[in-house]
Design a protein around this ligand. Sequence first.
Ligand code: M6R
Length: 607
Amino acid sequence: MCGIIGYVGYRRAAAVGMNCLRRLEYRGYDSCGAAVITNGSITVKKGIGKIDELNAALHLDALPGHTGIFHTRWATHGGVTVENAHPHCDEEEQFSIVHNGIIENYVQLKERLIAQGHIFSSSTDTEVIVHLIAQYYTGNLREAVLRALHDIEGSYALGVIAVNHPTTLIAARHESPLIVGVGDHEFFIASDIPALGSETKKIIIMENKEVVELTPESAEFFSLDGKKITKNHQVVEWDAQSAEKGGFDHFMLKEIFEQPRAVEDAIANRIEDSCITLREELPGLDISSIKRIIIVACGTSWHAGLIAEFMLEELARIPTEVEYASEFRYRNPIIDRGTLVLAISQSGETADTLAALREAKKRGANVLGIVNVIGSSIARESDFVLFTHAGPEIGVASTKAFTSQLAVLYLLTVYLGEVKKVLPIDQIRNRIRDIRALPLQMQRVLHLNADIQEIAKKYVKKTNALYLGRGINYPIALEGALKLKEVSYIHAEGYPAAEMKHGPIALIDEHMPVFVVATQDDQTYKKVMSNIEEVKARHGEVIAIATTGDEEIGKKADVVIRVPKNSYILSPLLSIIPLQLLSYHVAVLRGCDVDRPRNLAKAVCVE
Ligand code: M6R
């Protein structure tokens, strides 16, 4: 994991680079650093801590020089120390590198380099690369980088600068994301597109095993065997404003509030009259041959997959299984051409999901990516992609990405049902009406924010919480628990409500808050009411997410948060919002860094 930035041009590299680096902090934030070329030497400043703290102490953005590389780290190899923070240099300080990825054969390479007299100053895997470059350098920086890359095994997105080449930045990519930004007499490298903010909209996406040599006036691309390749830029429409907090205290809160808009954008241009119009986005997908769907995803995206399983089986009548992407390869999954694999990912860079996608393709499945980040690896490697169009999600806790994934999965389901002729036209009309009603209903739930902030005060000192739901609301219990634990560090467990009596009921006493998703439906409501009774009988405290107008539940639950009624299948998009808000407020009241929770990163690019 980690975020990297590089700059070569005529402006002060550190001012530009550090500004862009802030937008990559979601990729890791245990330490950061900068290296620039000034007056015939490389200046490196780095340390432990988040970018703003470190910048205030070390003034990284004030470094002089027009060529520089910048890094924000999420430790994989080597603890969180100043020595392990990037950039790294060779012992002569002639070369400097920033790297995102993992060098799998670094131990052997390090032993070899040490035997040859190289002196290492960190315990990272990355440092071997810069020593290899130093060893192979005979006057041509690109050649030295290419030779070093031939020695290493693993994944990398990297940027290299050298004292002897003060106006050159070399970058390379394999299995870790990297883009080149094309400016006016200047170039950038970055781990993702939004990092460049409003610097440029002209982007070149680097593919695996590609190297680029950048100067203020030129960008030359090469394959790993040194052959020149031609690449053209594309213009991305990315609203830099949406990567700012826009008056909210945190990105998480802003993104929770953006959900009605995100769902609107996810469904916009995909519904015409009373039809779902996904045909153009899925050219060549042979729907009649789909006999089975397997969903692979991680974390919140996996929860979206669990809900999609309900949707697909209920409305499109397609047998569906949901797999943790990280586990998928460790069985011997039965896949054939009748299997459609859905890979769900906000970032499009989650290493486990990417690996599952590749495994599925290797075994002959068609893969359809449900992805937010345009140009990401999962988007590019999938056979088909439906973008969720949620806009940049910066907060580490996934919120608007989740609901926009659900909106797209719902449209996909209705579309499949329509094409497979299992959904009659009047049902399709009703389903479309239901999703069109959602954004306004979500807005209404958001009006409860102040009430939920008040409710949150009661739970700030709790150490445990249980989340219960049944049927389609069971994944919402899981997601509610994940939100609470990741931002507030309170231990929380999501459970199918009926399973509680098979074990977790032993945990219930007057200190245990039990959040129950108890919205009214024909499927599970009555049973969930019985589960609430079971909790109350053991003096547990019940906080219910209920349907507007449900008076009955007020007699049973201690706290009731009411959401508008939509169909059973779409109800999760409403019931998750109070749970997101509650987690946010509890975390803020506990003084947690909600946008950058400890030990986490937004895009988990390691397996
Ligand atoms: O980018 P992805 O959707 O592939 O990310 C998957 C998970 O890492 C992510 O959902 C994670 O669980 C979030 N922190 C949850 O809020």
